[in-house]
Design a protein around this ligand. Structure first.
Ligand code: ASP
Ligand code: MG
Length: 418
């Protein structure tokens, strides 16, 4: 008997009929002789609806203490979305003669740190889950939530139900974690942008991790990190079809042949440029410490060669944090001496990802040549062992993805060997 964690995303539980269909899938898995733990998201649109309600009253305040107090209430609010779905699904299972019980994050012992709205999981006890499984009851767990040391509700960041599912799979030593969503797997590019994009049958944790942080919305980035750390086999599949999905797993020999596995695009990035930064030790440290204090994750950083003791510095960050970061840095100008802080929002980060880059030369040259041949200017570049990212003007985002997909021949099955 295998133990399977099944996670259903917002669209999969988007209305009552879909919840009934999910119940059927759970029962099917159970009838195959498997133990099942179910994790659910809020019904699609629900988390956004709740956020909007709060924003009708007040937006997140600037002051540190005020922001903390506000975020605590946001977590209380947002965690209700997932609770609703757990109860509805448990009722649907019971109505079909399948013993089931809903659980909040707290009830299954998901203990997090203190960071409201983006908490990290510190520990999971899972006692009530094990008890339920022993009794043959299907537990339905609210994704995206836990509690901190003070027993206050915390949430795990947007898309955090994936993390709940993977973390429970790790703790319970599940045989597999199936992530049911509205697409049937991980594609070589977003099929809405590239119609010839191909579904990957397998992808390595490392590649998936890069794709998730570079704009592929299929899996939450932190859930992939967790899966990689604890070697949880994750399968991304559609809750609307019976197609085989994409298995996210350890790299194997077969995967190594692919230089590039996918092209991604992240339009949710902004660029801050600091003009006239004094070129002396400690200034960059001050700037980025201030950003870190606001818990803002930055990505690419570029510093120009200094002239007359001054230099320019640019970095990218999620658009939603851009104004906040800009304000934080403006407050600091008397200390840093920075002359001007410019915000650019209409950029996109286009990336190619592939484990095979480690052992192939010429990949960057091919990427830059392809972009150049379409007249697309590269604003910033960053690389890791298995990815190359270019910031381009947002208006070229789709075109860039299309031409790169074509140039690296991703629409065709790899021939293997190299
Ligand atoms: N409901 C939360 C969100 O919309 C968590 C999730 O769906 O994974 O971000
Ligand atoms: Mg999701």
């Amino acid at each position: 008997m295998a133990l399977i964690v099944q996670k259903f995303g917002g669209t999969s539980v988007g209305d009552i009929n879909r919840i009934l269909a999910v119940a059927q899938r759970v029962i099917q898995e159970k009838n195959q002789g498997n133990q099942v733990v179910v994790v659910v998201s809020a019904m699609s649109g629900e988390t956004n609806r709740l956020i909007k309600l709060a924003h009708q009253i007040a937006h997140p305040p600037d002051g540190h203490a005020e922001r903390m107090a506000y975020s605590r209430e946001m977590d209380m609010l947002l965690s209700t979305g997932e609770r609703t779905t757990t109860a509805l699904l448990a009722i649907a299972l019971q109505a079909q003669n399948t013993a089931s019980c809903s659980f909040t994050g707290r009830q299954v012992g998901i203990i997090t740190d203190e960071t409201h709205m983006n908490a990290r999981i510190n520990k999971i006890t899972a006692e009530r889950l094990k008890e339920a499984l022993d009794k043959g009851i299907v537990p339905v767990v609210a994704g995206f939530q836990g509690i901190n040391r003070a027993s206050d509700v915390t949430t795990l960041g947007r898309g955090g139900s994936d993390l709940t599912a993977v973390a429970l799979a790790a703790v319970l030593a599940a045989d597999r974690c199936d992530i049911y969503t509205d697409v049937d797997g991980v594609y070589t590019a977003d099929p809405n942008i590239v119609p010839t994009a191909r579904k990957l049958t397998k992808i390595s944790y490392e590649e998936m991790l890069e794709m998730a942080s570079l704009g592929s919305k299929v899996l939450q980035h932190r859930s992939v990190q967790f899966a990689m750390k604890y070697q949880v086999p994750v399968c991304v599949r559609s809750s609307f079809t019976n197609n085989g999905g994409t298995l996210v797993t350890k790299e194997d020999a077969e995967m190594e042949h692919e230089v590039v596995s996918g092209v991604t695009c992240d339009k949710n990035q902004a660029k801050l440029t600091l003009v006239g930064v004094p070129d002396r030790p400690g200034i960059a440290a001050k700037i980025f410490s201030a950003i870190a204090e606001e818990k803002i994750v930055i990505d690419m950083i570029i510093q120009n060669i200094g002239q007359n003791g001054l230099t320019d510095l640019s970095f990218t960050l999620p658009t939603e944090n851009a104004e906040h970061a800009q304000r934080a840095l403006l407050n600091l100008t008397s200390e840093t001496g920075v002359e001007e802080i410019k915000l650019t929002k209409n950029i996109a980060k286009v990336s190619i990802v592939g484990g095979g880059m480690r052992s192939h030369y010429g990949t960057a040259a091919k990427m830059f040549t392809t972009l150049a041949s379409e007249g697309i200017n590269i604003i910033m570049i960053s690389t890791s062992e298995i990815k190359i990212s270019c910031v381009v003007d947002a208006k070229y985002a789709e075109l860039a993805v299309q031409v790169l997909h074509e140039a690296f021949d991703l629409g065709n099955l790899p021939t293997g060997g190299s």
